[in-house]
Design a protein around this ligand. Structure first.
Ligand SMILES: *[C@@H]1O[C@H](CO)[C@@H](O)[C@H](O)[C@H]1NC(C)=O
Ligand SMILES: *[C@@H]1O[C@H](CO)[C@@H](O)[C@H](O)[C@H]1NC(C)=O
Ligand SMILES: *[C@@H]1O[C@H](CO)[C@@H](O)[C@H](O)[C@H]1NC(C)=O
Ligand SMILES: *[C@@H]1O[C@H](CO)[C@@H](O)[C@H](O)[C@H]1NC(C)=O
Ligand SMILES: *[C@@H]1O[C@H](CO)[C@@H](O)[C@H](O)[C@H]1NC(C)=O
Ligand SMILES: *[C@@H]1O[C@H](CO)[C@@H](O)[C@H](O)[C@H]1NC(C)=O
Ligand SMILES: *[C@@H]1O[C@H](CO)[C@@H](O)[C@H](O)[C@H]1NC(C)=O
Length: 294
């Protein structure tokens, strides 16, 4: 097998670089077998009324349980419901619905096969919110609760999250290995963001590091914000079994900011657990976030 440096450098909308094996599966069979470590083992499906997206949720939803929503855009703005499967199934297993830009596909498809595929735009995150708010509480979606909607994405997807995060239905924003000037295309200035925002960066070797750092610095003084750096670079751990270390951190995140679990909150408000897990963290105004459990 030939190890090659695989650059996906398609249009100015996206740049990422990593050591990849082009014809290897993006998710190993072990990672593709992930169902999440949360209380609700999860999987994905598609809806006939939202065909260009993929919906992750627990396989068995207890009667009467309500699930808040996360809308997600992939690294590279790649239109695929499964390229980040291990991470997304991990988040859904916490008891949330994750709607990702891109239709379902082969979870173990090769790196090369995703490269030339179609790209998303932030409008697809808006479409996901439109669909969620139109269907919440109805038909197959009686358990869906859109009082809390997180908007997040990795790398190029993080730029989409900035744009879609301005939608009033979005209650919280997650920026993973990204920052406004990564693509030079961000239309939202950090200095205008008032809602809670969380940065999950990859340390100094992450090509997005300096942009994410700058954005955090440029947030308004009063905005509730958290920033963590796990020093492993841009590609993160998303394709590891259950999304690896970033999957763990992001699980605390959705558990707190979407589900309203106050025990999960302390992972962010105290640096003890995050530091022990290898994250270098800082935060401000998190005490302003008050959430009751959903
Ligand atoms: C992957 O590509 C290398 C050459 O680049 C080839 O030798 C190998 O057989 C390929 N593996 C598969 C599974 O296609
Ligand atoms: C999924 O992709 C892998 C290549 O990594 C291939 O071996 C497998 O046959 C594909 N599965 C389907 C159902 O197409
Ligand atoms: C699905 O998304 C892709 C990528 O953005 C786009 O090219 C395609 O037109 C979309 N299809 C539909 C039916 O919206
Ligand atoms: C509701 O779910 C059932 C069972 O999964 C499926 O067959 C049906 O197509 C769904 N209906 C809609 C409108 O999505
Ligand atoms: C990008 O950088 C330029 C100058 O380097 C700055 O003026 C602009 O505000 C930055 N944009 C974002 C979204 O941070
Ligand atoms: C709340 O979060 C804690 C810490 O992550 C976890 O142990 C617990 O199971 C969560 N509670 C619920 C109801 O999900
Ligand atoms: C953790 O937070 C405390 C109090 O804010 C601070 O004094 C300490 O330096 C932090 N530790 C690390 C490792 O960041």
């Amino acid at each position: 097998m030939k190890l090659s440096t695989f650059f996906i450098l398609l249009t100015t909308a996206w740049v990422v670089q990593a050591q990849f094996i082009g014809n290897a599966s993006i998710n190993t069979p072990e990672a593709a077998a992930s169902v999440g470590t949360g209380p609700y083992p999860a999987s994905f499906l598609s809806s006939p009324t939202l065909l260009n997206h993929t919906i992750y949720q627990p396989k068995h939803i207890p009667h009467g349980m309500k699930l808040p929503v996360l809308v997600w855009s992939n690294g590279g703005c790649i239109s695929s419901g499964v390229i980040m499967y291990p991470f997304l199934v991990q988040l859904a297993s916490q008891g949330i619905i994750v709607i990702v830009n891109g239709a379902p596909g082969n979870v173990t498809a090769t790196y090369d096969s995703f490269g030339p595929g179609p790209r998303t735009t932030y409008h697809m995150l808006i479409e996901a919110m439109d669909w969620a708010t139109a269907n919440a509480g109805k038909g197959n979606w009686t358990h869906m609760d859109t009082r809390r909607i997180g908007v997040a994405g990795q790398s190029c997807g993080g730029i989409e999250a900035y744009s879609a995060g301005a939608d009033p239905r979005a209650t919280v924003i997650g920026i993973f290995n990204s920052g406004g000037n990564l693509t030079g295309k961000a239309t939202i200035l950090p200095s205008s963001i008032m809602k809670p925002i969380f940065y999950f960066l990859g340390g100094p070797t992450d090509i997005a590091y300096k942009y994410g750092e700058a954005d955090y610095k440029n947030l308004p003084t009063n905005t509730p914000a958290w920033k963590g750096n796990l020093p492993i670079g841009h590609a993160g751990t998303y394709n590891e079994v259950n999304g690896g270390k970033i999957g763990v951190a992001a699980s605390y995140w959705v558990d707190w900011v979407l589900r309203g679990n106050s025990s999960a909150k302390s992972w962010f408000t105290s640096n003890t657990s995050s530091t022990a897990a290898g994250w270098d963290v800082t935060s401000k105004n998190l005490q302003k976030i008050h959430l009751s459990p959903i």
